[in-house]
Design a protein around this ligand. Structure first.
Ligand SMILES: Cc1cc2nc3c(=O)[nH]c(=O)nc-3n(C[C@H](O)[C@H](O)[C@H](O)COP(=O)(O)O)c2cc1C
Length: 196
């Protein structure tokens, strides 16, 4: 983000200098034009979280890169009890079930970069994330997965997310972290070029 701001400031300075050189007193117009053309990428952070870990990671990402955050929620909540949830999830995943979601992202087309967060459920992404991918056209967008797990690591999560994200440019540098671990996120985002 620092780099983008530095580039932006340099461009503003050069526009102002150019306006002064050409005797154009209307520097405000030049500034406005630049603002229109040099916009930073618009970022969305969308995540599903049953017990709060992925939510923590999502909030940390937003703290670092800004952008909008969207919590993916199902109309029918999962049971509160862990084993009941794992049993239901296993059946849903085996059947390819996509639960109905509570709400929609407002104008998904406006985003250039979409971080998508899911817990690892039975080695893959949560069904709610599959619903999100089916409902939203993310083609042409940069998609950056972030996965939390309980010890199994990434397993098939990113592979399955990629397969369900039609036409997306899925980053080859996703976040995979145990539980709600956020240590290292700053460095990861910097590597991706999105840290501010
Ligand atoms: C239904 C269900 C299935 C899970 N399956 C796995 C798994 O296959 N591998 C794993 O490492 N963790 C598994 N976990 C643990 C979660 O991935 C882990 O606790 C995650 O950080 C939870 O994220 P959340 O708090 O955002 O829901 C499972 C948890 C649930 C509820």
């Amino acid at each position: 983000m620092k780099k983008i701001m530095a580039l932006f400031c340099a461009l503003l300075a050069s526009a102002a200098a150019q306006a002064a050189e050409t005797g154009n007193a209307n520097t405000a117009t030049a500034t406005e034009d630049l603002t229109m053309t040099q916009n930073a990428p618009k970022i969305l952070i969308a995540y599903y979280s049953w017990s709060g870990n992925t939510k923590e990671v999502a909030e940390k990402i937003q703290e670092e890169v800004g952008g909008d955050i969207f919590r993916i929620e199902t109309v029918q909540p999962y049971p509160e009890e862990y084993h009941a949830t794992t049993t239901q999830a296993k059946q849903e995943i085996n059947e390819g079930f996509k639960p109905e979601l509570k709400s929609k992202v407002d104008n998904i087309a406006q985003y250039d970069v979409v971080f998508i967060g899911s817990p690892n459920w039975w080695g893959t992404i949560a069904p709610a994330v599959s619903s999100f991918l089916a409902e939203n056209d993310l083609s042409g967008k940069t998609v950056i997965p972030f996965i939390t797990h309980g010890g199994g690591g990434v397993q098939n999560t990113v592979k399955d997310l990629t397969a369900q994200c039609n036409g997306c440019k899925v980053s080859d540098n996703p976040w995979t972290g145990y539980g709600s671990r956020t240590m290292g996120i700053g460095g990861w985002l910097e590597d991706l070029g999105y840290a501010r």
